[in-house]
Design a protein around this ligand. Structure first.
Ligand SMILES: O=C(O)CCC(=O)C(=O)O
Length: 292
């Protein structure tokens, strides 16, 4: 089963439909070269620090990674909070939560000579599996061209249909996401995927952002990665995505905070989500207010 490639102007419904059907979809050139080059340049000085290769079976021995994206590459706000990403995440996640959040933000540079990462599903972090409920989605942004030679992400289309993590699909059917700079690979938390081997002479640079249901613990601690003084520089929707908002309404909120910064930094769901989400957010809040 081949991975579907859509162009940036594809309607959100088409992207969501391919994502639901195949567990993954590539949207080519979703971001322009100006923003991808800017983000790549901001990431560069941190990436060139010697200690970013983690040396583990999962993280590889020739792969640089780090998660302090909003601190070191503030222009990445445009990708993390991209309207199309939010529109797709709304469809997949909002049926199961009032608000969702960033799970992790990670720059990944696969250097020449790195082997293929083991195929895995990201949602195995959470010890629960409920049929039909995706716990998270991932978006891999290509910050340079992804090829099958330089480590383009390997994806197993339709592998998300194996509901339990111990039901192994035939992962030999993986495909490389071959996509030009600025493209985004969307994949469900239950879809098998992994970094590719880099047999080229250049590095492969991606920014992988995950979004998870708002009542789950975030994979990477975003309050430490993006502390209040940094978060304050970003808009309300991005602050909410980073976790600076409670989940739910009324007496059913989690993640509440009464501290001093609540008034200026914490985002009320109705501001950040209802306004920007139109009907979906309003329906969720209206239902909560009516007490049904
Ligand atoms: O680098 C990639 O293409 C994928 C990385 C990945 O899936 C991971 O580190 O969990």
């Amino acid at each position: 089963m081949a991975l579907t490639y859509l162009y940036a102007d594809a309607p959100v419904e088409q992207v969501v439909s391919a994502l639901r059907r195949d567990g993954a979809v590539v949207v080519t050139e979703l971001a322009g070269p100006d923003i991808t080059d800017l983000v790549a340049a901001e990431l560069r000085s941190k990436l060139d620090q010697a200690n970013l290769v983690k040396q583990s079976a999962f993280d590889g021995t020739r792969t640089r990674r780090f998660g302090s994206i909003m601190r070191d590459a503030p222009s990445a706000a445009e990708l993390v909070d991209h309207d199309s990403v939010v529109a797709v995440a709304d469809e997949i996640l909002l049926p199961h939560c009032a608000t969702y959040q960033v799970g992790s933000l990670t720059a990944i540079e696969i250097l020449p000579g790195e082997g293929a990462q083991g195929l895995h599903r990201d949602d195995s972090l959470y010890p629960m599996e409920l049929a039909g409920m995706e716990l998270q989605i991932g978006v891999m942004w290509a910050l340079n061209d992804f090829t099958s030679e330089n480590g383009g992400t390997r994806v197993v289309p339709r592998s998300h249909r194996f509901i339990r993590s111990w039901h192994l699909p035939d992962v030999s059917n993986w495909e490389s996401a071959i996509m030009p700079k600025g493209s985004a690979l969307f994949y469900l938390g239950s879809t098998w995927h992994g970094g590719g081997a880099n047999q080229s002479e250049g590095s492969r640079l991606g920014l992988i952002n995950t979004y998870s249901l708002g009542w789950l613990r975030q994979e990477a601690n975003q309050y430490l990665e993006t502390p209040p003084d940094i978060a304050a520089k970003f808009g309300a929707r991005l602050r909410a995505l980073l976790g600076y908002t409670p989940h739910g309404s009324g007496d059913d909120q989690i993640g509440v905070f009464d501290g001093e910064c609540a008034g200026w930094l914490q985002v009320q769901p109705e501001q950040a989500w209802r306004d920007e989400r139109g009907q979906v957010g309003s329906a969720v809040d209206a239902k909560a207010q009516s007490g049904d």
